[in-house]
Write a protein that binds this ligand. Sequence first.
Ligand code: NAI
Length: 477
Amino acid sequence: MPHKSTNDYDVIVVGAGPAGFASAIRCAQLGLKTACIDNWLNKSGQSRLGGAHLNTGGIASMTLLESAKIYHQLNHDLAMHGIHAEAISVNLPQLIQRKDKIIADISHNMASSLAHHGIDHIQANARLLNAQQVEVISTVNQSLSILCAKHIILSTGSSPIKLDKVQVDREYILDSISALNLQVIPKKLAIVGAGVVGLELASIWNRLGAKTILLEAQEDFLSVVDQQISGEAYRIYTQQGMDIRLGARVISAKIVNKKVSLDYQDQDGTHSLRVDKLIVACGRKPNSMLLAAPEANLLLDENGYVYVDNNCRTNLPGVYAIGDLTLHGPMLAHKGIEEGVFVAEFIAGQCMPIHYENLPSVIYTGPEIAWVGQTEQDLRAAGVAIKVGSFPLNKNVRALATGKTDGMVKIITSAANDKILGVHIISTLASELIAEAVLAIEFSASSEDLSRTIHARPTLSEAIHDAAFSLKQGLMR
Ligand code: NAI
């Protein structure tokens, strides 16, 4: 078996999603000789960097979401501005092409960046053989080699979970990947799972005109989100036409006469539904199955997550795991990026700990949901004495001027010392607004700090100021 000398590299990064890419770049910046191995091929068999987040997840879905938003605005929001437009139509293949072009451009930029930093980009399937060796099978010519490194960083991400009796064929029964490549807008669409992915996909297809039904096994809607915000979200989404059925567990689906026939159970019994397309969006699992040879003895938990300590170290010396592969923090691209940079700096002996508790979360729906810190329900359950301030978007002048008045900002502070414990936003551009709250929490700010910080007028960010200001009135709940 051909193989290079020991310690070919200081670092081999396996996987070039957001976490692996950020890690490889930081390693190179710190003077480490680095290789980055990735096996992603697009639908035409071309190599693409960026992993699921770019190619089939967050960024892919965001490009379509933006197109869907424009179409929806033209159809629904122009009249209030006194603007009239006729014969608005969607060319879906063109929307998909635009998405593919953006992905190709970003992937190309990433490849240039790897080259610019002197990183060897290897297009291949990689498998960990032991703490210092990786088996590499080229996706270009199938050649096999073994590469060695002092440090190996595993960042192979995650993929959609499958349901036993719901066979994805990618034409009628879709996973979250094929759901972003439809060529015709379905008249009637069902989605299994009203989690982050399900809701983001629903926001695209509902806005493009598909009658969209979400089937969610849990009785509570968006249970990870602050309950007041999830209640507001439920109200807004259903008003927009989404049919959200809670406590509805999908048990089977099959394709009959070019339609999907599915069964789901709720407290009233078993129900059948016939739709044009069904999307399965019921969670993701770590891509750890083929990651390591059995004799490598890489430790996984019972759900396939790679075991890591607080410094992202696996049980093998010099081998690290980051991003969706581990149970540390949620499956978020920016969490993976932080870990990627952290591990590079850890290897170079100059790291600072990651503040997982201050990670922002975003759901890219319309309006968006974003939060940082703890929810009211969690704080109350923990018996923490809190104060709650809020401000509705329909009293914010920028929101009124733009007509995007759905939503609110909610700030939770410690009743003892006014320190901000959580900020929860449902609003247009909540993903951008949350950055101020993240910074405030990172710097241990109080609501008084926020209310004394001057915000430009008129801006949506004034709603954060005004929610903080409302706490001055001593609103105890
Ligand atoms: P999720 O766990 O958020 O939601 C899946 C939902 O499917 C759950 O609520 C579950 O109860 C439901 N479900 C499971 N089986 C079901 C069945 N048989 N019938 C009906 N409902 C069923 O998982 P999701 O949405 O796939 O997201 C996966 C991960 O990716 C999450 O950790 C999420 O944070 C992350 N992600 C984050 C994004 C962002 O930051 N905007 C975008 C996309 C994914």
